[in-house]
Ligand binder design. Structure first.
Ligand SMILES: Cc1ncc(COP(=O)(O)O)c(C=O)c1O
Length: 392
């Protein structure tokens, strides 16, 4: 039953009553427990959380880390984030800029709650992860989308178009790089221009960097921290989910100007006061000791990416470029009229689960997204099935 068919109590806010259907879920729910379907619809690997992180959580729980935590997060986790930022980008962050949250999604929600009033807008580089713009909708704001264009050499962002989409009610530019779903990655020159524009207009930048480790031609993705001043209105979104195979643990962090650190903590309390204490302690261990595992994850994704790119780009109806980062392919499918119905049909008839492109903003009907963070055997069978379905 859709929301429109249910008689909701009058008290429910219009932005909740009118929330659009979650399109990825709508496909996945058709066969979520069917073992014959290869599930490439969600953004997670088939790898389990490594044993040393699981052990760290158990040890922390047994040591009594099961109580309320400080609103900014436990000190070992915050210190680990500080050291990890230094290690990867050579940036010195004071602890006052770091707040631990209950997930990357919670970090996004906290940033939006800090910035967006009813009637304000946020401009997204599109396509983009749907939950990020639903957060704006829930607050009564407007989400605007500036599309990347698909060229022979990859997705490209036109900065004039991005800046033209801003007006007096624009509170933030939302950039997710490496991007879910497109695999696009922004470079420092465009970051610098965005930061300068935002600074001059009093607009914040929300930089979603949850896929910073999933890059294939370098050690780490560029970060907005590298082009910003410490007191710029910059919010950097991070998550334990992707690089360490911890999607179900629900832990993340947000980097803000130091002057907003206390506000981040207060808003965190109103959401869930961050991840459970023992999870934060285990996350600190993951950041400090996880480099071998991250390398393994990147290797698995690189093999998935190469296989999927080679197979998909050879198919007649498919147009795509090689993803630069993250763990998704976002092919454009010629002659596909309704991507939601098409994705549901792929589940039923081809036994492979993909997400419809229209889930990622209103401009990307005509695309499908698939996550390639799985073993080669599965990915290979998935490509065989897709090839057959697309040749019908
Ligand atoms: C671009 C992007 N940002 C943030 C998140 C949130 O991650 P989590 O809430 O699992 O930490 C995701 C998850 O898929 C994502 O794709």
């Amino acid at each position: 039953m859709t929301t429109a068919e249910i008689d909701l109590p009058k008290a429910v806010r219009p932005s909740i009553a009118e929330m659009p259907e979650q399109r990825i879920g709508a496909v996945a729910m058709t066969a979520i427990n069917d073992p014959d379907v290869i599930p490439l619809w969600f953004g997670e690997s088939d790898m389990a959380t490594p044993q040393f992180i699981q052990d760290a959580a158990v040890t922390a729980m047994q040591a009594g880390h099961t109580r309320y935590v400080s609103r900014r997060g436990v000190t070992p986790f915050r210190e680990a984030i500080r050291d990890y930022t230094k290690f990867l980008w050579n940036i010195d962050l004071g602890l006052e800029r770091i707040s631990c949250t209950g997930s990357g999604m919670t970090s996004i929600m906290i940033a939006m709650q800090t910035l967006v009033d009813a009637g304000d807008n946020v401009v997204f580089v599109a396509p983009t992860w749907p939950n990020a713009y639903y957060a704006v909708d829930v607050l009564g704001g407007e989400s605007r989308f500036v599309p990347l264009s698909l060229t022979e050499t990859g997705f490209k962002l036109d900065l004039d178009q991005l800046f033209d989409a801003c007006d007096d009610r624009t509170k933030a530019l939302f950039v997710n790089s490496p991007s879910n779903p497109s695999g696009w990655m922004i470079e420092h020159d465009q970051m610098r221009d965005i930061m300068a524009f935002a600074r001059s207009r009093g607009i914040a930048v929300i930089s979603d960097e949850v896929y910073h480790r999933l890059v294939y031609d370098r050690r780490v993705a560029p970060s907005f921290l590298e082009v910003a001043e410490p007191e710029d209105a910059l919010f950097v979104i991070h998550s334990m989910s992707k690089g360490w195979a911890m999607t179900g643990w629900r832990a993340g962090w947000i980097i803000s100007p130091a002057s907003l650190g206390d506000k981040m903590g207060e808003l965190s309390v109103l959401n869930n006061t961050g991840a459970a204490s023992f999870i934060q302690h285990a996350s600190a261990v993951a950041l400090r000791e996880g480099e071998n595992f991250v390398a393994e994850m990147v290797d698995r994704c690189r093999r998935g990416r190469d296989l999927v790119f080679q197979r998909l780009s050879a198919m007649d109806r498919v147009r795509m470029t090689r993803p630069e980062g993250a763990f998704y392919a976002f092919p454009k499918i010629e002659g596909m009229s309704d991507d939601l119905e098409f994705a549901k049909r792929l589940v039923k008839e081809a036994r492979v689960g993909l997400a419809p492109g229209s889930a990622f903003g209103p401009l990307h009907d005509g695309y499908l997204r698939l996550c390639f963070a799985r073993g080669e055997a599965d990915m290979s069978v998935a490509m065989d099935r897709l090839e057959q379905a697309l040749s019908r």
